[in-house]
Write a protein that binds this ligand. Structure first.
Ligand SMILES: N[C@@H](CCC[C@H](N)C(=O)O)C(=O)O
Length: 276
């Protein structure tokens, strides 16, 4: 059987997007790893599956799989591509859509100039997947690693993030230290590791070592988590331009109890079919 898919990216964070509303899709971790392989498959950071919603109040269900085959809770760059995909495929003609994820509803909306703005929901500073926050109200936590103590802020954007401030994002050992943080025993569900350089109160440089995918060219939830962490640490204002290797995102957060808004592009690369 041939399965139709679309290859997309949000700032170089790339995706295989599958319409599971009009097609029957059978996914296994092994198949995802095979398709995600950049040499022997299609190649992607995450696979995004579009499904019918479980609640009548919503328009779609959005499922996300890292290229290591694991299903995860949230993907910000993917959310913008998801919105473009369902619109391009004429699965909806709405300007703003309500999308169910494993951790609540997000609301992507088309913005001028081909950009998509996404209400990513309220960041959680205390959650089961970010165990440090059970230890009190501190925003900065010590993390023993590699013979030194890192200062991290943990934020859940539905998925878990550990963000640290670095002098120079380009010089940061993102591959080596990121992998150690990702699988640190303090994070039983593993974690996405963000390396944030503060450029000014409204500008950061960010690199993220993603759980289950390694360093990507950009990470949308990583950008949201970094800005939330920077604001909580008193380093950033409420609207921040985030520079990543794949391009720029704008992140806005008005403070505790408020949702994070992410604005950025979504791009289609090609449509294809694969034997499944
Ligand atoms: N690329 C993403 C995040 C994808 C999931 C992440 N690797 C995880 O395991 O939580 C984004 O743009 O947010």
């Amino acid at each position: 059987m041939k399965l139709k898919f679309c290859k997309m990216h949000g700032l170089g964070n790339d995706f295989m997007v599958i319409d599971g509303v009009r097609q029957t899709v059978s996914l296994t971790p092994e198949r995802i790893r095979q398709w995600g392989d950049r040499h022997f498959g299609i190649g992607f950071d995450q696979l995004l599956l579009v499904e019918a919603p479980q609640s009548q109040d919503n328009d779609f269900r959005y499922r996300i799989f890292n290229n290591d085959g694991h299903e995860v809770e949230q993907c910000g760059n993917g959310a913008r591509c998801f919105a473009k995909f369902v619109s391009d495929q004429r699965l909806t003609n709405k300007q703003a859509i309500r999308v169910e994820t494993a951790r609540g509803v997000i609301v992507p909306e088309f913005h001028g100039g081909g950009e998509v703005i996404v209400d990513m929901g309220v960041p959680r500073l205390k959650a089961a997947d970010i165990p440090f926050t059970a230890e009190g109200d501190a925003v900065v936590h010590p993390l023993e690693l590699d013979g030194r103590t890192l200062e991290i802020t943990v934020v859940s954007m539905g998925n878990p993030h550990a963000v640290q401030v670095v002098e120079d994002a380009e010089a940061a050992e993102v591959g080596r230290i990121g992998a150690l943080i990702e699988s640190h025993p303090r994070f039983p569900a593993r974690v996405n590791a963000g390396f944030m350089q503060i450029v000014s109160r409204s500008e950061i440089r960010l690199r993220v070592f993603e759980r289950g995918a390694g360093e990507t060219l950009a990470c949308g939830t990583g950008a949201c988590a970094a800005v939330v962490a920077g604001i909580l640490r008193g380093l950033l204002d409420s609207r921040v331009r985030v520079h990543t290797h794949g391009g720029d995102l704008t992140i806005e957060w008005a403070g505790e109890g408020q949702p994070v808004k992410m604005t950025g592009p979504a791009v289609t690369v090609f449509n294809g079919e694969i034997e499944a």
